[in-house]
Design a binder for this molecule. Structure first.
Ligand code: ASP
Length: 306
């Protein structure tokens, strides 16, 4: 099997008219760095879980995206982050929610999957586990981003919570899905959630079946969008189910869920997907989605608009 990697850096109202050339170049460069980081592992015969982790770490370390460094502010002016990862081989999974100061939430999700007896840890308990695994921590300053702070300042007095931009309505969550040379699938997602979200709010990103899902029988999925609607639609698992029980192709299943079911309830966003044969799909119902795929060192694409 030829390995493949697909990534996203969030969907939303991303318009060319509002983007400078320099900004566009920076986003595309960051997407390419992430593809390189993950694909290098696949090319060397590494597994899909490690590739997904490396691709997401690269996006978490980049302040352009709402995950890790550059995560949005919640209603209390803090960064509370969520992440999850899943292996299609045996449906093993790991997730963390409401975590603070962990440099790379996806690494914590992976450690929960591989080194604990559990699937899902929250807040302080998850951080304690991260310490026990000697994961990297950073102080609050590390996560600070002037733009995110400004976004929060604009709406903090209101009751609304927003996607990662106030005027632009943009979700900056990051994710990756991969198939490795053994034909194994993996998916991962990492986010700071939504600006001004209530303390303790959990979105779809850390929820297995909603924001992330992988099953070697069907597909691997990572979502981005309005988390509440994605949870209610059990988006990632629904696509897998449509393939498994209804025999739909990846593309057909993605279309029904993203362009029909989500649209019907006002669920703005998108997802990235890869099936057991290596077919890929990157559907979204918003104006744009930061996204990219790689099938070989010189066979790749990064895109932003529809
Ligand atoms: N899905 C994320 C959440 O609701 C937001 C995003 O995709 O940016 O937390």
């Amino acid at each position: 099997m030829l390995p493949r990697l697909v990534i996203h850096g969030g969907a939303g109202t991303i318009l060319k008219s509002e983007m400078s050339d320099a900004k566009e170049l920076a986003y595309k460069g960051a997407l390419k760095d992430s593809l390189d980081a993950g694909f290098k592992i696949l090319e060397a015969g590494g597994n899909a879980i490690d590739a997904v982790t490396a691709a997401i770490m690269s996006l978490e370390d980049c302040p352009l995206f709402n995950a890790g460094k550059g995560a949005v502010f919640n209603a209390e002016g803090k960064h509370e982050m969520d992440a999850s990862i899943m292996s299609g081989i045996d449906l093993s999974a790991g997730a963390a929610t409401g975590i603070r100061n962990v440099r790379n939430p996806i690494v914590l999700a992976k450690a929960i999957m591989q080194k604990s007896e559990h699937v899902f840890l929250m807040g302080e308990g998850a951080e304690k586990f991260a310490h026990s695994q000697e994961l990297a921590f950073e102080n609050d300053d590390y996560f600070y981003d002037a733009l995110r702070y400004e976004q929060w300042q604009k709406i903090k007095a209101t009751d609304t919570f927003q996607l990662d931009h106030t005027s632009e309505k943009k979700f900056g969550t990051v994710g990756a899905v991969a198939i490795d040379s053994n034909g194994n699938l993996a998916a991962g997602t990492s986010t700071g959630g939504m600006t001004n979200k209530r303390f303790g709010r959990v979105g779809d990103s850390p929820i297995i079946g909603a924001g992330t899902y992988a099953n070697n029988k069907t597909c691997a999925i990572s979502c981005t969008g309005h988390g509440e609607l994605f949870i209610r639609s059990v988006v990632a698992y629904d696509i897998s189910c449509l393939m498994e029980y209804k025999g739909l192709s990846l593309e057909e299943a993605c279309h029904i869920v993203v362009q029909e079911k989500l649209v019907k309830i006002g669920g703005e966003g998108g997802l990235i997907a890869i099936d057991a044969l290596g077919n890929i799909a990157l559907p979204f119902n918003s104006d744009g989605m930061y996204r990219g795929w790689m099938k070989g060192a010189n066979d790749y694409k990064t895109e932003i608009y529809s």
